[in-house]
Design a protein around this ligand. Sequence first.
Ligand code: ATP
Length: 235
Amino acid sequence: MPDPILQTRDLNSYYGDFQALYDVELDVGEGEVLAIIGANGAGKSTLMRSITGLLTNGRGQIHYRGQDISRLRADEVAELGLAMVPEGRQLFPSLSVKENLMIGAQVGRKGPWDLKAVYDLFPILEERKDQASTSLSGGQQQMVAIGRALMANPDLILFDEVSLGLAPIIIKDIYEALPGIIGEGMSAIIVEQDITKALSVSSRVFCLQEGRVSLESASDTVSREDISRAYFGIE
Ligand code: ATP
């Protein structure tokens, strides 16, 4: 495996007294696409929030390029080159499409992704650039959320359930755009309910079950039986 860009060790995360993650150990190699699967409530979003500094109630280490980022705020993590496409998109409803995209540029770094590159990827966003983000369809809003993350020019991009609630045709479009998005060298973590999709875009897959890693495998060799066992805990 190439050198890790991200590594978690003994990661435990909490909401108040409730423990949502237990001793999570994860390695993402430079340029690697990792998939994270698991049932509702397994802890996938909690893991994403812990990595990106949105949830700091935890213990353990999170190393990004060798630096411990577990105590950093979300904006500090973004400056280092991590960006997330959050579950539910979380756009700013009072801002236009273009203004939402520019938020990403403000928190991030310089690089190949600018407004023009995002509009080239998703031409519909240029047509709608002055409209309120809330006036767009769900799929178009997801494109804004992806574009906003790209505008930060991250080295590691986290996608939290990008296909949730979208029509199959839109999901297909977004997944077809993914290889071009991730491109040369960018690393990615993809949280995805659709296991076939998750396996098709990733080189390795992790499964979470009740806050614990229940499976780690190469995506092209993992069996359906192993996934069922790891996903549902069925022996
Ligand atoms: P989903 O697919 O439903 O988003 P998930 O795998 O992303 O599931 P998480 O959202 O990480 O799961 O939730 C993990 C656990 O933490 C669940 O038991 C959930 O109820 C709990 N949890 C999540 N967010 C909070 C919160 N803000 N306060 C308290 N408990 C929470």
